[in-house]
Design a protein around this ligand. Sequence first.
Ligand code: FPP
Length: 253
Amino acid sequence: MVALTRDGLETSELPLPKDQAPHHVAIIMDGNGRWAKAHGLPRTEGHRQGTENLRRILRSCVKFGVKILTIYAFSTENWARPRAEVQMLMRILEGVIDRELDELHRNGVQIRHIGELSGIAPILQRKIKYACEYTRNNTQLILNVAFNYGGRDEIVHAVRRIVADQVPAEDINEALISRYLYTSDLPDPDLIIRTSGELRISNFLIWQGAYSELYTTPTYWPDFDESELGKALIAYGERKRRFGKTDEQLDAS
Ligand code: FPP
């Protein structure tokens, strides 16, 4: 007899039993430009295909039991890109909100934003805030969009707020700092995936990713499909997360 999950999926279709899937997956969606070049297309087409792929991966995350997906959509360093490309990345986010918000909402996706809102055009700021507010009670999947985000910048902002709040030095500890980050009420990522073969974290979730499992693949983001995500989850399932402990301590716990 074929075992089925509550969603009617054959368990054999899942890379890992749902209760063992990483709760929070974060992705550095790299390689749109190289994908476009490899296909003789403009970079804009790479970003367009990358956006389409995000729709597919969202569905796969729900299917595989991932509850939080954080995506690195625009870094504080991306402002250094050619002006036309920066504008296009801004338009992509605006277009996703304009066109996809209702469908995301119907599918139970809760949209969140991490990063610095100031610095983004006021109209886009308003749309981001609206999308977060509109979907805030959804529970199927949290889509956490890192946009105008940098890990060091996030820590600088946290420190400034801690100082502004006049927190006494002896009260400052890791838990307090975590509460001052953009991700204050989210658990740390279990798995960080980077596509397109680079072996860097590039200022992404540098505090929160301290104990995340890392997975990289040479596949460019537009080609990172459900089966690629499945491979990442299988690799995650084979890792032993030690959090600094010895094997003996882990076996005893
Ligand atoms: C990296 O590829 C990708 C980005 C900087 C942007 C990622 C954005 C999307 C996939 C669009 C979806 C996002 C939103 C806004 C919801 P790259 O251009 O660095 O590729 P390269 O390293 O090959 O040049």
